[in-house]
Design a protein around this ligand. Structure first.
Ligand SMILES: Cc1cc2nc3c(=O)[nH]c(=O)nc-3n(C[C@H](O)[C@H](O)[C@H](O)COP(=O)(O)OP(=O)(O)OC[C@H]3O[C@@H](n4cnc5c(N)ncnc54)[C@H](O)[C@@H]3O)c2cc1C
Length: 261
């Protein structure tokens, strides 16, 4: 399917795989390299740099929890928040897995769910793959990060409120040690860190992009599931088009908020 869609891939047998990535276990007998794949070695820094750019361009950050919208006869007048109303003539709902009640307040019922996922980091690892390396069976990825080695993946369907189940993060460590036998059999606690995040997901794996039922002044941009970072630049462009009234550069009908009826 990748080839059919113009993605260049190279396939490797066990010997080639070992030459490409000597840290991998010899249990792996086949590999696929996606040469054009990119990754960020520090997502926090990436977001901080984007924020700096936004502020330099005249943007302002207000920390508040949005819970609704006010309209008059002509359109949007304010976003309702826990710190009072914020005057606005346009708004974007991009609250990730938390977007559902905001969309409902605008008359859109979207079957948004959280696909919770975990990561486990080892600081100063004994070995690291040179590039992000996925185990297709285990459904996890080992990624060399600026701050260490990150094992990430898995899907847990447990809603927004349940506390993290850290056993799931530690399973990644057990699998990662099998993938990279050069890692120590145990690590001191201070070198291990864990994280749980919410992937905002829809049943058809497509995001929700487009104007709300209540008003074109409020635009949706959520539901990017497993690829929210990858898809963000394109979504950003489309949302800018929608808010400024330009025709979007691609057909956004497949992402329509009303597609679930
Ligand atoms: C383990 C794991 C690995 C992943 N790996 C990748 C990957 O390799 N590549 C990739 O592209 N994607 C990956 N993702 C998916 C990616 O993280 C998400 O798709 C992305 O973060 C979604 O971005 P978002 O801005 O829509 O939502 P979020 O990042 O969840 O941001 C939503 C923001 O809205 C705020 N908010 C919520 N409610 C309100 C409210 N009522 N009022 C105001 N603000 C509110 C929240 O505080 C938050 O800041 C991964 C996810 C996980 C969990």
């Amino acid at each position: 399917m990748r080839r059919e869609n113009g993605v260049e891939i190279d396939e490797f047998d066990a010997d080639e795989l070992r030459q490409l990535e000597p840290s991998l276990s010899r249990d792996y007998v086949r590999g696929v390299l996606v040469r054009e794949n990119g990754h960020t070695s520090n997502p926090l820094k990436l977001v901080e740099r984007l924020l700096e750019h936004f502020l330099r361009s005249g943007g302002e950050v207000v920390r508040a929890r949005a819970h609704g919208f006010r309209f008059d006869g002509r359109g949007l007048t304010a976003i309702q928040t826990d710190t009072g109303d914020l005057a606005a003539d346009a708004a974007i709902v991009c609250a990730g897995a938390y977007s559902k009640p905001l969309a409902a307040s605008l008359g859109d019922r979207v079957p948004l769910e959280t696909e919770r996922g975990y990561h486990l980091m080892i600081a100063d690892p004994e070995v690291m793959p040179r590039i992000p390396t996925a185990d297709a069976d285990g459904k996890f990825v080992a990624t060399p990060m600026a701050t260490g080695l990150r094992f990430a993946g898995t899907v847990e369907l447990a809603g927004l409120a349940a506390p993290p189940d850290w056993r799931r993060a530690h399973i990644l460590l057990a699998q990662g040690r099998k993938m990279l036998p050069g890692l120590a059999a145990s690590h001191p606690e201070e070198r291990i860190s864990v994280w749980m995040g919410h992937r905002p997901s829809l049943p058809d794996s497509l995001p929700v992009l487009g104007p709300s039922r209540a008003s074109p002044d409020v635009v949706y941009a959520f539901g990017h599931g497993h690829v929210g970072m990858t898809a963000a630049p394109m979504t950003g462009k489309l949302v800018a088009d929608l808010v400024t009234g330009r025709p979007p550069s691609i057909d956004i009908a497949p992402f329509a908020p009303g597609r679930f009826g």
